[in-house]
Design a protein around this ligand. Sequence first.
Ligand SMILES: *Cc1c(COP(=O)(O)O)cnc(C)c1O
Length: 429
Amino acid sequence: MSRLSAQQIQRGDSATIWHPYAPATGGAEVYPVASASGVRLTLADGSELIDGMASWWCAIHGYNHPVLNRAVTAQLERMSHVMFGGLTHEPAVELAQLLVALTPAGLDRVFFSDSGSVSVEVAMKMAIQFWYSVGRPRKQRLLSLRNGYHGDTFGAMSLCDPVTGMHHLFGATLSQQLFAPAPGCAFDAPCEDHDIAQMAALLEAHHEELAAVIVEPVVQGAGGMRFYSPQYLSRLRALCDAHDVLLIFDEIATGFGRTGKLFALEHAAVEPDILCLGKALTGGYMTLAATLCNRRISAGITDSDAGAFMHGPTFMANPLACATAVASIKLLLSQPWQRTVARLHTELAAGLAPARELAAVADVRTLGAIGVIELREAADLRVVQPMFVERGVWVRPFGRLVYTMPPYVMGSADVAALTAAMVDVVAQL
Ligand SMILES: *Cc1c(COP(=O)(O)O)cnc(C)c1O
């Protein structure tokens, strides 16, 4: 049992804690969680919520999983952390070997960091330091997509959609990057010339100053939950090659099965020069991210005067996190996860379909284990959040998006309850 009552926790929270994307005081209610198991969060007042968010898309195996718990405990008894400068350890090596084996053949070098945003910073630094190393120091800018999301640190933020990414708040401190329109071609449609024309024009005009293009392959996550044609990625790869610009895939949201492939890039069979992984990497147990790159980049940087890649987080390759990631990936691969994600897709599509008829709804879309109801107008969290909690589900909308990315272990009855609650809440708006 907790020492503090639910009310004490809430009062302590509102007096001292700043929550994400929230005012310091007077924001929407926050709910104290006492424990979590499987797909259920147990609140401090004893009520249970079916978790439709997988803790921001990370907890693919659900909570309190015996296999992951054992991995943490076993590693804890050896060591929880050692510095990574000059030292190494089995969990890091085992994880790096797994990631190299599972990702496209050319990606053979892994740099670990502590969060998705930092892995994007690392990718940007790799790209820029690579061009500097090979004698092309003017290539320093990046090109990304509107409606993209790549994280909240300064470099990552400079790549996010300039409007929803709040660029006006940070003004001149933000690097000035280039933006192409979000791909207009649907997931199951071809990518026509006009769908990629502006991207092509930007590359043509700016390749002398461009280090890399960065995109979230197939699914644009926090910037709008939009799905687009894998063919866009093949065409983008060809354009980057033609203009000698590196290609970075940010698979922090899409990695580890979420779109129905282990990595979303597999929908297009396209290989990036740099790949960012995070979120579901440890099954949601701990914070860890990885940036993979190919030999051209690692050798380019290594064979230069600088010789070394200039980055090194204090908690780099944390052994607890690496050991948990190894266990999580092996657990995923030991199951028929493609069938599970396909089942979730069928159930999410069927469960959310009735929302199409509702006046407040602009679109309903699903891909893999992702279900999205797009509203015509932004939902007020202070109104909508308690409606979900009353219905026994945890769904956290943002802006016009009411979406779910459930843990893969969610059973059919829980998916039905989750989607019914989403449709019911949207119907009340
Ligand atoms: C969540 C996310 C990030 C940032 O990861 P953090 O761990 O929150 O720093 C970057 N890119 C994408 C695509 C994401 O979904």
